[in-house]
Design a protein around this ligand. Structure first.
Ligand code: PLP
Length: 459
């Protein structure tokens, strides 16, 4: 299994090399040279596996034995998902006429844990095996930062610095980050906005001396290992519903921002998973919905919504799908991305999009999101978080879909309260969170201040 770039400028890499590289050095995204297709007999066997056994099988499809031996992979997968609080890891539950695939039983109550728990263990393993160290640096508006911190905490060879906007993340998000006291975790609260934090991080990555000296790395959604981890639960959900009957196709509805989660569903489909519809659900930030209905990909302004983890204009994983849409032609991918850079848009012919028919796209507004949380709660007693509600709303009218639930409702208690009148209950592990000791450095929104703080901590 070798990895190539969507832009064609990288010599084929091993899985390990692709994980450590993250973003391809030619500016593109890394992908396997070929996506493995799973024979029916294997699918039938996979359908009966528990999550851990299945995860090992799925991940092993993307990793050569001589790169990471199978028993090592087994251990890494076991450790990664050992932190989940539900015995099934990602259970499937019936809610009204749909199914909900609960992806929020990890340490930070959001689906990003599925990928970042595995990535943290992979990084640690590869650093121990090949030598070296890594300093993860990132800015967060809430979800990704806390999942990254919990993925990296206590791991050898790695330090993590996460910037969040001071007093501008939800209390639970802040506590989830700052109550982690492991020596390698460094929370920085910036006296400014999320954009200020992101600008500082970008400047530090562009400072070549600084980047090289501290081996800076990112954990953003472009890392291929994150996609692989997410492919697992599509197979798992199918297994639960089909019992291994390959004639049984399952439809998925996926709340989408960076196109990472839904792209994992697309990979699963290409691997031969009996998939019906892949429904791409966005909030009012509907660049993807517009693209799939018109063929125009054009950047606009980000609109804040009650599903903030999907408030995105540039979908960082979209280029991976574009590569397949353009028949794996990296010259054409480069052309489209250059158009996007220069003029903020590009176009793909509608007939090409309709011919492949990979996704159905639906945008859901704030009003419908709230109404969905309310009516699902009234009819079934089940509480959706606002992100999951976007996917659930998009599925309305097509019964029997698997709707991905990407966050625990307690994580977005404020929005849920405005829909159903009270805050959802916190899972037991998080009760008393606000009383735990915390550590966080408050700094002015200045590159110099952050650079000095990091140097001071690392020496
Ligand atoms: C990140 C996130 C999403 C969007 O996932 P993408 O892979 O970026 O499309 C949806 N819901 C929640 C709760 C998230 O944290």
């Amino acid at each position: 299994m070798r990895y190539i770039s969507t832009r064609g400028g990288v010599e084929p890499l091993s899985f390990s090399q692709a994980v450590m590289m993250g973003l391809a050095t030619d500016g593109g995204l890394l992908l396997p040279e070929t996506i493995p297709v799973i024979p029916r007999g294997t699918l039938e066997r996979w359908a009966r596996m528990d999550f851990l056994t299945l995860a090992e099988e799925v991940v092993a499809q993307f990793v050569a034995e001589e790169d990471i031996p199978r028993q090592h992979l087994k251990r890494l997968v076991g450790q990664a998902f050992g932190t989940f609080s539900h015995a099934d890891i990602t259970p499937v539950v019936a809610v009204g006429e749909q199914y909900v695939l609960e992806l929020f039983h990890g340490p930070t109550l959001a689906f990003k844990d599925v990928a970042l728990q595995l990535l943290g263990h992979l990084f640690e393993y590869l650093l121990q095996r090949d030598g070296g160290s890594l300093t993860i640096l990132g800015a967060t508006s809430g979800d990704t930062g806390s999942a990254a911190i919990h993925g990296v905490r206590g791991k050898e060879g790695m330090e993590i610095f996460i910037l969040h906007p001071y007093q501008r993340v939800s209390p639970i998000q802040e506590w989830q980050m700052t109550s982690v006291l492991d020596a390698n975790v460094h929370n920085i609260a910036i006296q400014g906005t999320f954009d200020d934090g992101q600008a500082i991080v970008k400047k530090l990555f562009n400072d070549k001396d600084f980047r090289t000296k501290y081996h800076l790395g990112a954990v953003n959604s472009i890392n291929w290992a994150r996609i692989v981890a997410q492919v697992v639960y599509y197979f798992y959900a199918w297994g639960r519903l089909s019992g291994g009957d390959c004639e049984r196709k399952v439809d998925f509805s996926v709340p989408t921002g960076n196109f990472g989660d839904i792209f994992a569903g697309y990979v699963a489909k290409r691997m031969g998973l009996p998939t019906g519809k892949l429904l791409l659900a966005t909030n009012r930030n509907d660049i993807l919905t517009r693209f799939f209905s018109t063929g125009h990909y054009s950047l606009g302004q980000v609109i804040p919504t009650m599903s903030p983890s999907m408030d995105i204009q540039v979908s960082s994983n979209f280029e991976r799908y574009l590569f397949y849409l353009l028949h794996e032609n990296s010259v054409k991918v480069r052309e489209k991305m250059a158009e996007l850079d220069a003029g903020g848009s590009f176009e793909v012919s509608r007939s090409a999009l309709e011919a492949v028919g990979d996704f159905r796209a639906v945008a859901v507004d704030e009003d419908l999101t709230l109404k969905t949380i309310r009516s699902v709660h009234q009819k079934t007693g089940y509480v959706l978080d606002p992100h999951s509600a976007v996917g659930f709303a998009a599925a309305t009218g097509t019964p029997g879909m698997v709707c991905l639930a990407t966050a625990h409702p307690a994580k977005f208690g404020h929005a849920v309260r405005s829909a159903i009148g009270h805050e959802p209950e916190l899972p037991p592990a998080w009760v008393g969170l606000e009383q735990r000791p915390r550590r966080c450095q408050v700094l002015p929104a200045s590159v110099t201040a952050v650079r000095e703080f990091i140097s001071g901590q690392l020496g």
